[in-house]
Write a protein that binds this ligand. Sequence first.
Ligand code: NOJ
Length: 548
Amino acid sequence: MSDTTPTTAPWWRQAAVYQIYPRSFADANGDGIGDIPGVVSRADYLQALGIDAVWLSPFYPSELADGGYDVADYRNVDPRLGTLDDFDEMVSGLHERHIRVVVDIVPNHTSDQHEWFQEALAAGRGSAARERYIFREGQGENGELPPADWQSVFGGSAWERVADGQWYFHRFAVEQPDLNWDNPEVRADFLKTLRFWSDRGVDGFRIDVAHMLTKDLSEPLPSQAELDAMPQDGNHPLIDRDDVHEVYAEWRAVFNSYDPPRTAVAEAWVSTPERRAKYAHPDSLGQSFNFDLLVADFDAPSFRSIITDNLAQAAATGSSTTWVLSNHDVTRHATRYGLEPLNGRPVKQGTEWVEAGGPADWLDREGGLRRARAATMLMLALPGSAYLYQGEELGLHEVAEITPDQRQDPGFFRGSEYDRLGRDGCRVPLPWTTEGSSFGFGTNGAHLPQPSWFADYAVAVEDADPDSTLSLYRKALELRHRLQTDEQLEWIETGRDDVLRFRRPNGWEVITVFGGEPFPLAGENVVLTTAPLLNGAVPADTTVWITA
Ligand code: NOJ
């Protein structure tokens, strides 16, 4: 029997964190939009799943130009999602169940409905209110051209002209003006926001585009081509600047003024693992998302080198690494791994998928899910924190059956650098039961259309099936709690380049067969398998956990 001495390390180092996209999780008031009381109503479900923490995507007042990542008031709850009292009830209900709460902070930009931006529009050029954002005069004889040809992430110009002729910078949607992080008032206000939620009992923060806040906007502004050609080495005018860590040093002081210290994880899509490590430094945010598995093929050599590199990098920083296979911004991994024509890559050719007649033509539904279960169980056995995205525990596939008029993602309408279908397909409200107007999500429909096949993946169905993906996740999370001690991993050579095997402390071993022939076992004690064994061997696209 393995030694299951509980670790005394901080909880976040090896937590299983479940991402809730609140508008699509559970709708308690029947308006078709998920809400905070909906989360409260599912607290027992979350506890039974066996996660250590939830991370809630934004639930703040928002006009929803970008799914809530356009925040109009950082210290409140969107009235459509509830009240601050509801939020407090949620925190205490989750804490009673030993589930910690992480909230999303969106510091790069506000909503254009934020009172600061409205004030800036009214106050006019040269005002202190405009200094909270990035306003510039345009080029051309009458300033009719944008200050630079910069493109926004969602497509189109990153500069928008206002009524009096000035232009403002928006890295994302037009409705998301970038803040000016050189302005002390902006810095002070976010410290206030961090304290506000910490005082309400929040345990940690996920920091949206943490690598974009500070900027060098000295004139003359470079062109987009020049920006693209510049190294992202800490001095790039817009991305991953070293001086952003001065902001996070101030945040760290706030986090550490609480007992226990509040945690933070950076969403930082930066150029190298070394650059990512800066965000994971204990004087900065403390942890950083590692998206390497999320963008990898289901392929043994790729997985092995990603795991090795990230564990080495985490050891060098003193932080722990993080793992993610799905989130609210990407095609669900069950679908990615089932898109054979794309060799399991993220769906960049999204429109072709639809033009070809939808998932029936393109998607190996069963194979994709089988590989997703194998990949997730490998991930859950790795040292570090594992982030799970709502619905993946049901084995949900991406929803392709959303017509253009039903879509919400600004990226879909503006031809974004995210995939061309946009991100709505992973944000469709969850199926809880097989019936009703929204499969138990609420009592009155859902804000994105749920396909009929959602019934097969409903919680009620999977709850009753010991072989369901939900049952597999519950079992794995329960075992992980018992088996996980310190953060070591040792590779065991298998003699095959399509089979990975590693050992964690106390005799916990994991084998993943990525393809090809079954891998024979020699009487090992298998405690979990993602697919039935074949004559005592691990078949293709399968992970097993073994204990001593
Ligand atoms: C990253 C978030 O994950 C994404 O959903 C959002 O659109 C952008 N940041 C802008 O806030």
